[in-house]
Design a protein around this ligand. Structure first.
Ligand code: 13P
Ligand code: SF4
Length: 311
C-alpha cells in the first residue's frame, strides 16, 4: 500500500501540480513541497510556474495572491478556513473610510490582506521588500501603511518616513514575552535573538537581526553563532535545523506563564489548519479551490505587479 508521501508525489505528477509551502507549515508539508519560502518568494514562484494546478500550503491571502497572478490556473488551498488574524484585522469598508481621510495618499499594503484591500492599494509589499517600497515613494507624498501596525512602526523608524498606520496586528507575533526572552538570553548569553518585524517594538529592541522568514533563515546559516532565539512562528525552525544541523534553536517564548512554549501560541493556528491528509485530499479532489471575480482580480493585480517590478 502506498504511504501518503507516495500518494502525494504521484498525484502531483499525474495532475501537473506544484506544491508551494510557507515556512510556517508543519514539517511534513514543507518536506513534500516543491518549494518552501517566504511570502515574496512564494508570490514570485506562483507568478512563474508552468504547472496546471497550484496547491498553496499556506493561508488564504497567499493562495488568493497566487490566483490573482494566475487566473487561468486552478489554485487549491488544503483548508479554505486557513485565514490570517492580521488580514482579518483590516476589513475593506472601514479601511476605505480611513483611506478617504488622506486624499492623494499612496497606499502601501502588506501582502497579508484580502483581495479587497489589495484593490484599494497602490503597492503591495512583503516583509522582504517593504523598506525598499517605502523608500521608492516620492517624499512629497503621504503614505498610508496597512494592515500591520508593528511592521509599519518598524518601517517608520527604519526609513524616517512618517506614515499613517492602520492598527492591525498578528496574534502570533504579538504573543512573545519580552521578559522570557531576556531570561533565555541570561541562560544562553551567546544566543542571538532573531525576530520578524511583525513583532512589537520592545521585542524588536532585543533583536540582533530583524527580517522576513527567509532573511532569518539565511542569517542563521551565515552567522557563525551556534545558538539562536527565534522570535517568529516556530515552523521556520524546521528549515533552520535542516540547514545548520550543528546549531541550536530556541523557539521564542510566548507570554503564557510557562517557561517554554507550553501553550503553542508561537504556532499560527491558521497555518496549522493545513495537514498532510488535507493536502493529499485537495490534490486528489481538486478542491477547495480559490475563486475570485474578474473585476476584483484585475484591481488587486495592479499593486502586486508594481511590487514584483520593484523586487
Ligand atoms: P514572510 O513570509 O514575509 O516572512 O511573512 C511571514 C508571515 O507572517 C506570513 O504570514
Ligand atoms: Fe497571519 Fe500571523 Fe498567521 Fe502570519 S503568523 S498567517 S500574519 S496570523
Amino acid at each position: 500500500m502506498k504511504d501518503i508521501f507516495d500518494e502525494i508525489a504521484s498525484l502531483k505528477r499525474e495532475k501537473n501540480a506544484v506544491i508551494l509551502a510557507h515556512y510556517y507549515q508543519e514539517p511534513d508539508i514543507q518536506d513534500v513541497a516543491d518549494f518552501v519560502g517566504d511570502s515574496l518568494e512564494l508570490s514570485k514562484k506562483a507568478a512563474a510556474t508552468g504547472a496546471r494546478i497550484i496547491v498553496f500550503a499556506g493561508v488564504h491571502f497567499m493562495a488568493e495572491t497566487a490566483k490573482i497572478l494566475n487566473p487561468a490556473k486552478k489554485v487549491l488551498l488544503p483548508d479554505l478556513k486557513a485565514g490570517c488574524s492580521l488580514a482579518d484585522s483590516c476589513p475593506p469598508a472601514p479601511f476605505a473610510l480611513f483611506k478617504a481621510k488622506y486624499p492623494g495618499a499612496v497606499v502601501i499594503s502588506y501582502i497579508n490582506c484580502s483581495a479587497e484591500i489589495k484593490a484599494l492599494s497602490d503597492y503591495i509589499c512583503t516583509s522582504s521588500n517593504a523598506e525598499k517600497i517605502v523608500r521608492s515613494i516620492s517624499p512629497d507624498k503621504t503614505i498610508i501603511f496597512a494592515p500591520d501596525k508593528n511592521l509599519g512602526a518598524y518601517l517608520v523608524k527604519k526609513t524616517g518616513r512618517p506614515m499613517a498606520l492602520w492598527q492591525g496586528s498578528c496574534i502570533v507575533h504579538e504573543t512573545f514575552s519580552e521578559k522570557k526572552i531576556v531570561q533565555l538570553k541570561t541562560r544562553y548569553p551567546d544566543a542571538l535573538v532573531i525576530a520578524h518585524p511583525e513583532c512589537e517594538e520592545p521585542i524588536l529592541k532585543l533583536a540582533d537581526h530583524i527580517g522576513s522568514t527567509s532573511s532569518l533563515l539565511k542569517f542563521t546559516q551565515q552567522n557563525p553563532a551556534r545558538q539562536f532565539i527565534v522570535v517568529t512562528e516556530a515552523g521556520i525552525i524546521h528549515q533552520m535545523k535542516k540547514a545548520s544541523p550543528g546549531k541550536e534553536f530556541f523557539a521564542g517564548p510566548p507570554d503564557d506563564g510557562a517557561e517554554t512554549a507550553a501553550c503553542g501560541c508561537n504556532e499560527c493556528p491558521h497555518m496549522k489548519r493545513n495537514t498532510l491528509e488535507k493536502l493529499r485530499d485537495c490534490l486528489r479532489d481538486e478542491t477547495p479551490e480559490i475563486v475570485l471575480g474578474e473585476p476584483l482580480r484585475i484591481k488587486a493585480l495592479v499593486p502586486i505587479e508594481r511590487m514584483l517590478a520593484l523586487s
